[in-house]
Design a protein around this ligand. Sequence first.
Ligand SMILES: [Zn+2]
Ligand SMILES: [Zn+2]
Length: 251
Amino acid sequence: MMLGIDNSVLVFASLVLVFETLERVRPAREIDRWKDLKIDVASFALAVAMNRACDWMISAWMQDNLPERLVASMAAVRELPAGVKILLALVCADFTIYWIHRAQHRFDTLWRTHAWHHSIEEMYWFAGFRTSFAHSFLYNIPQATIPMLFFGLGTFEASVAFAIGMVVQFWEHTNLRVDIGPLAYVFITPQYHRVHHSASELCRTNYGATFSVWDRAFKTFVDPRSLEAGTPLGLGEPLVRRRVPRMIVGV
Ligand SMILES: [Zn+2]
Ligand SMILES: [Zn+2]
């Protein structure tokens, strides 16, 4: 989603401060966060570059090609209050991403876009940014088109949606011991997503990124409380160094 560089840096820096503090106070596991830091910094830079390029391409394409009939048919939705539009955009984008994510675990070609993300062996707030070029591109299509194309979010609304999306990204992968009570029926938790990162068949469960309702509705839910402490995370095999460049591209 489009957002001024200054604002997005501010949102990012604030979240680093919050999650770094929380992880130090209530860590879920002991981790060595320095182990893969270099590779994660490089991967993060690529993900940000892809995000920007994708936003730019999609908005440029839409300005020239958006069918007038489609714009007119969405007029009623665009008149909704800002908060409702943001919520609906988040739900629609999350639903689309649930199915993209599920397809990534189903089809070999798509798995190659996603394997790099599953090479994470220790989860903490920064690890989640380990996404291949192709993965970032795939996820950016719904993340950029749905809010802009269907809901016509303005600059401020897009900033709010961007900030929420960023919180989700940190929240999913944070190394935090946390219990959100009944809210877990609606939202995913770090433990919920840790199940998905298991180095076992469990990686074909808990696909949800923001809401836990899709997994419950489509029978891919595993209760995070059933995950044994110390369950290994990752691909279940050592990372072969010469394959890493291809994994980073996602082909
Ligand atoms: Zn996955
Ligand atoms: Zn993840």
